[in-house]
Unconditional design. Sequence first.
Length: 223
Amino acid sequence: MSVTFTEEYAVTATETTKTPADFWFDPLCPWAWMTSRWMLEVEKVRPVEVRWHVMSLAVLNEDKLDTLPEQYSTFLKEAWGPVRVVIAARELHGDEVLGKLYTALGTRYHNQGLPKTRETMVAALEEAGLPASLADYADSDTYDTELRASHKEGIDKVGQEVGTPVIAVPGSDGEQIAFFGPVVTPAPRGEEAAKLWDGTLMVASIPGFYEIKRTRTQGPIFD
C-alpha cells in the first residue's frame, strides 16, 4: 500500500513519535518550578510532550500541620488559593490551559517575587487568556474533589514520602515509571537539558532503581 506524504501526515507522524512526560506540580513550589523550566527546554531538544497535572502541597501535608514549623504551616495555608484557581481553570477550560497558566503564575511568584494576592492571580489569568473571574475560586472548595483526585493520581505513583514535582515517563516495558524530581538548579539548557532527560529515561529503564540523592547546598536560581 502506498502512502502520500502530505503536510497533514507529517504533523501526525511527528506528534505520534513524541515521548509523553506527565508532570505534576504545585504552582507555589520553587523546586517544581525549576524542574518545569527544564522540561520546557527538553521539549525543544528532544521529541517530548509534557502533559501537565495538578498536585497540592496543602493536600499532601494537611494532616501534618501541627508538627510543622510555623513558617511552613503558614505557607501551606496560602498554597490552597493558587492550586484551587489552577484546578478550576482545568475543569472549566480544559487540560490545554494548564501549561500557560502555570508559566504565568510561576513567573510572577518565583522570578518576580510577587505576593500571592488576587491581583497577581488575575494578571496571570489574563496573560494565559483566561477570565479573571477564575480568581474567585481561590477561596472556594468547589473543585477540591477534582484537586484531590489529580493529586492522588500523581502521588500514588511515587508514594507519600515525597512532594512536587512528580514526573512519570515510559519505562523499558512501556509502563510508566514515576519519580520525585529531578531537583536541579539552575534549570539546564540546551545539551545539558538533553543529557539530564536522557539520564532520566535511562534510570527509568532499570526496574529496581529508586533513588539518587545528595544534600542541597544552594537554593533555586531563577532566570
